[in-house]
Design a protein around this ligand. Structure first.
Ligand SMILES: [Zn+2]
Length: 252
């Protein structure tokens, strides 16, 4: 039986802090590992600590576009460099205009994103990218760097953008929203099998069948079942494919 990997979850979020022993136990029982992303200095430190608690937690540290206005850049850069042996990747990084009110704010996001990309290039680490409504900008920046592997998490681009992403051999991940969002299912069906990853992005809350509950790692098998159905394959076959994809993404 293969291991599943949640390619993007925020286990360092306060929402999960009281339940961590149960979550790690659940991960062991369900055979799920997780790329745990961070958003700022504090969550990056917590993620590193979580990585020491369980080898099922693969730490990703970085600065989320929502958090660029804090003074975390220098300390997070130092943290990444000092802990490069212990981290599996850099993230969550990216761009998002909904968090800024003017051009200066966006320029600042770009500056932080460039710094994170140059670190990923230097340290040969995979990245987990947030690209809400900024996919075009991000697709124009990424080729300037030589990065081992790139995940565009919660992929929500157009079919045309997906084609570009596939040609460049980036990974894309789909989450619980795919169970009820037809557009995500269509995108999945157009994604090359070896470029697909799955995620929960917990603690994001999902509607419909998930009843606005905080996203849990235990939602992941449902995402895999849905992907198997959309791709007309079996749960076991897609799980094996996802396991290979994840090894490729993480370079392990
Ligand atoms: Zn996220």
């Amino acid at each position: 039986m293969s291991w599943l990997t949640d390619a993007h979850i925020h286990l360092s979020d306060d929402e999960f802090s009281n339940d961590l022993p149960f979550i790690i136990n659940c991960m062991n029982k369900l055979r799920i590992r997780a790329c745990c992303v961070s958003v700022d200095l504090q969550s990056s430190k917590r993620t590193l600590e979580l990585g020491k608690k369980s080898n099922l937690i693969l730490p990703f540290i970085g600065i989320h576009p929502e958090k660029v206005s804090s003074n975390d850049l220098e300390p997070v850069v130092n943290l990444i460099e000092e802990n490069s042996k212990y981290i599996s990747g850099i993230g969550e990084i990216g761009l998002d205009k909904t968090y800024v009110s003017d051009e200066i704010g966006f320029k600042n996001q770009e500056l932080v994103f460039h710094k994170m990309l140059s670190l990923a290039e230097k340290l040969k680490k995979p990245i987990s990218v947030h690209s809400r409504a900024t996919l075009e900008e991000i697709l124009s920046i990424l080729p300037s760097y030589s990065i081992s592997s790139i995940l565009l998490h919660w992929f929500a681009g157009s079919k045309k953008q997906l084609k570009t992403v596939m040609e460049r051999e980036y990974f894309v991940s789909y989450g619980p929203a795919m169970l009820y969002a037809k557009d995500k299912q269509v995108l999945l069906s157009e994604t090359s099998a070896e470029r697909i990853l799955v995620e929960t992005d917990g603690p994001v809350k999902f509607s419909r069948c998930f009843g606005y509950k905080v996203g849990q790692i235990a939602f992941l098998p449902s995402v895999v079942f849905c992907a198997a159905k959309v791709l007309h394959t079996t749960y076991d076959d897609i799980s094996n494919q996802l396991e290979q994809n994840c090894k490729h993404y993480l370079g392990v």
